[in-house]
Design a binder for this molecule. Structure first.
Ligand code: UDP
Ligand code: MN
Length: 337
């Protein structure tokens, strides 16, 4: 269906990596729909290039620059920046129907059947089930709806400061009007609900079609040990089931990293787009640390493993030494074999 699309959003390189994994997971599960990524102007060139290889359409959305109603709305509610960018998906009017998916989601099987549903279909939020979770939802692009949504958000704001508050306020009869708009929870299995209701997860988790890594810690915030196939780092605080994290990392390492490597060529990395290797680990750096990562660090080569890890997590990789591209590539090659 040429006028059906999955849509995601990434305003920076971290979320862009999530979008790449999501896009790949949709392709691997043979979706027949178009794939669209909305991105912010901060997403780096190499990441944009990789996104363009995975998605049919990559659209830069710069709310600040748009000079339209979105810009005006943004002036009134600067706190809702990312939310306004997300609402932009309603302007994709060359598609008759879309499914929005957060960049921190990943599909586990084909979910094209979601296009049989109507706007606004979504799964309950695990924290407050009378609200829908806005990480996965079916919608119909429409300039009229877009305008109303902007108007609504400037007037009422968002009760949770994000898009979920705005959307639940706007589509306020979701909980009561039409049960066919309640997507089964397996289309948006949020990782936190697994531990809060483990028996249900044991009973139904095997049917999950979409996993959503919601919350503060995203898959790319963990450290991954490819040899042991283990997630390390702050696992004790982990709210995500390790096997889903492992699925994310496996797809990331096998399908996304090679594309990123091609984009970066032999150049030392300058952005938060690429995984760095740290001794035995493939680890992710903090995107917010982009500025500190943009110049080679004068790092001592004799740091202890713990100290190096800390440097890594602050985005201060030793690009010219231990963490040079060749070393990273060698490490990843071993991992991929
Ligand atoms: N997002 C983004 N940049 C940000 C924050 C969020 O692009 O700085 C997008 C991204 O698609 C993300 C979605 O907005 O998946 C919702 O945010 P998030 O997933 O972090 O919220 P949660 O699901 O944890 O509540
Ligand atoms: Mn999310």
């Amino acid at each position: 269906m040429a006028d059906h699309a999955f849509v995601t959003l990434a305003t920076n390189d971290s979320y862009a990596r999530g979008a790449m994994v999501l896009g790949k997971s949709l392709r691997n599960n043979n979706t027949s729909k178009k794939l669209v990524a909305l991105i912010g102007p901060q997403v780096s060139e190499p990441c944009q290039s990789v996104l363009k290889r995975i998605f049919d359409e990559v659209k830069v959305v710069d709310v600040l620059d748009s000079g339209d109603t979105a810009h005006l709305a943004m002036m009134k509610r600067p706190d809702l920046g990312v939310t306004f960018t997300k609402l932009h998906c309603w302007t994709l009017t060359r598609y008759s129907k879309c499914v929005f998916m957060d960049a921190d989601t990943m599909v586990l099987s084909n979910i094209d059947e979601l296009f049989d549903r109507e706007e606004l279909s979504a799964a309950p939020d695990p924290g407050w089930p009378d609200c829908f979770n806005s990480g996965v939802f079916v919608f119909r692009p429409s300039v009229e709806t877009y305008g109303k949504l902007l108007e609504y958000s400037t007037e009422h704001g968002s009760f949770d400061g994000g898009d979920q508050g705005v959307l639940n306020g706007f589509f306020s009869d979701w909980a009561t009007a039409d049960i066919s708009k309640h997507l089964p929870f397996i289309y948006n299995l949020s990782s936190i609900s697994i531990y809060t209701y483990l028996p249900a997860f044991k009973q139904y988790g095997g049917n999950a079609k979409v996993v959503h890594f919601l919350g503060k810690t995203k898959p790319w915030s963990y450290t991954f040990d490819p040899k042991a196939k283990q997630i390390s780092g702050s696992v004790q605080e982990a709210t995500t089931h390790p096997s889903f994290l492992l699925d994310w990392w496996t797809l990331y390492a096998s399908a996304v990293v090679p594309m990123l490597q091609q984009q970066y060529g032999d150049q030392p990395f300058h952005s938060g787009c690429v995984e760095f290797q740290h001794s035995d680990m493939v680890t992710s750096e903090n995107v917010q640390g982009e500025s500190s990562a943009s110049h080679p660090q004068e790092l001592q080569t004799r740091l202890s493993s713990e100290e190096r890890k800390e440097q890594w997590e602050q985005g201060q990789a030793d690009y010219m030494g231990m963490d040079s591209f060749d070393n990273i590539k060698r490490k990843l090659d071993t991992f991929l074999k």
